[in-house]
Ligand binder design. Structure first.
Ligand code: BGC
Length: 416
């Protein structure tokens, strides 16, 4: 004790004052590397550091998280799991069934999660009745982002139907503006496909085809129309789209090089990080034909079993921090999503977030609230991957007809 440096003693005293006996380290795997995403992730890091814990960042770049999931698998297989990893939807059940996730019921009980989360969300965070993950937010996927200056220049209006979409796209093209900003990974194609399916086919079609994987609906005239409409969108993208990251596509809309982008509201995080104001510098509108529906994408962190007691404490502190009102506010302001915790004050949120929050509640009553297939919410990962591959092959091929694609998707839906 006599030789302990004053700084260490002071730090220990500060930790004791915060009610933390020992600080630990949390290693957190995520794929939040774009401008808005990184700001949101920094909020989580800051909240852990304020509690005296050490944050070990395990960021694996790549929108949609496919690369992150590959890296995670190899780490877990080699017995070196991080404390927490961004895992979502049905994939949580698969990881829990492997026996590698920790039970965090003690945190959830102490913090009253059952009464702070919509039941449908709480159920996804539980395996055999016990919490194994903490939810962060609710992203809405069926959005269209538009640059109002570009639309003014083209003399056209932000579309609310797919017919209007193609009228606007034509006008933007004539004005020398790239109509649709799009990128190059298959999950971006799938994100666009999902919004087209919802807008062209409607809520019941979406549920039957892309959640229940009903063979008759997957092999229907509506599905064929969805596929041909989807492919028509491609004719309004630019030739440099292949290989482009989603946030660079968003940057094209921010700069007015492109008129619009179909993307979930993590895109809003990019606009906001660039100092842009919704309603003035950019428009958020439901994807054409989807105003009465809401495809949700809930980010969550699964907690892995750890051996070290201090690190386990830090992990529990992370779970508690994620659901705290302070974190839910600051994180979601930066991320573009809305809080998943019920009863949050939305005063600081912009009109896009307020509309999202309103529509989330309204669609949960009307039946228009649907899980996003492109973002791991609707079907098991193997099925999602198989359908996603066909959708991208169709998007990228000059030869595959809508009918061929339809047959292949119906077949991919059987992958388990
Ligand atoms: C995640 C978002 C993320 C986006 C792009 C989605 O699947 O849910 O949190 O911002 O991918 O990387």
């Amino acid at each position: 004790m006599k030789n302990t440096p004053i700084r260490t003693l002071a730090a220990a005293a500060a930790l004791a004052a915060c009610g933390i006996a020992q600080a630990g380290e949390v290693e957190v795997l995520h794929w939040w590397t774009s401008g808005g995403e990184a700001k949101a992730a920094a909020a989580l890091k800051a909240s852990m550091q304020a509690k005296g814990h050490t944050w070990k960042d395990f960021a694996v770049a790549g929108g949609g998280g496919d690369s992150a999931m590959t890296v995670l698998k190899s780490r877990v297989v080699s017995g070196n799991a991080p404390a927490a990893a961004q895992i979502k939807g049905p994939a949580l059940q698969e990881w829990a069934a492997e026996g590698v996730l920790a039970n965090i019921d003690d945190v959830a009980k102490a913090e009253k999660w059952d009464s702070l989360l919509p039941k449908a969300v709480a159920d996804v965070m539980k395996y055999k009745g016990s919490y194994i993950a903490a939810p962060v937010n609710v992203h809405r996927v069926n959005w269209l982002w538009a640059n109002p200056e570009a639309f003014k220049k083209a003399g056209t209006k932000v579309p609310t139907t797919w017919d209007e979409f193609f009228v606007a796209a034509e006008a933007l093209k004539k004005a020398g503006i790239i109509p649709v900003a799009h990128g190059g990974q298959n999950w971006q194609d799938f994100t666009t496909f999902e919004s087209v399916a919802l807008g062209v086919g409607g809520t019941d079609f979406y549920r039957k085809a892309l959640v229940q994987l009903d063979p008759a609906t997957l092999n229907s005239a509506t599905m064929e129309k969805v596929l041909s409409t989807f492919k028509r969108v491609k004719t309004y993208t630019d030739k440099n789209a292949p290989g482009r990251d989603w946030n660079l596509a968003t940057a094209m809309v921010i700069k007015g090089e492109a008129g619009m982008q179909l993307m979930g509201d993590w895109a809003k995080g990019e606009f906001v990080a660039a100092g842009k104001v919704p309603g003035k510098d950019f428009i958020c509108a439901p994807a054409p034909g989807t105003a009465q529906a809401f495809t949700f994408n809930i980010d969550s962190f699964a907690m892995f079993k750890l051996k070290n007691a201090e690190n386990t404490k830090a992990q529990k502190a992370l779970a508690a921090a994620i659901m705290s009102p302070e974190f839910q506010e600051v994180f979601n302001l930066n991320k573009g999503s809305i809080p998943v915790r019920l009863g949050m004050n939305m005063d600081k949120f912009d009109d896009c977030a307020k509309q999202s929050a309103k529509d989330f509640v309204a669609t949960s009553k009307s039946g228009g609230l649907l899980p996003s297939i492109a973002h791991g919410m609707a079907v098991p990962p193997a099925v999602e991957g198989a359908i996603k591959d066909v959708v991208s092959q169709y998007w990228n091929s000059d030869k595959m007809s809508a009918k061929d694609a339809m047959a292949r998707i119906a077949n991919a839906a059987k992958a388990q």
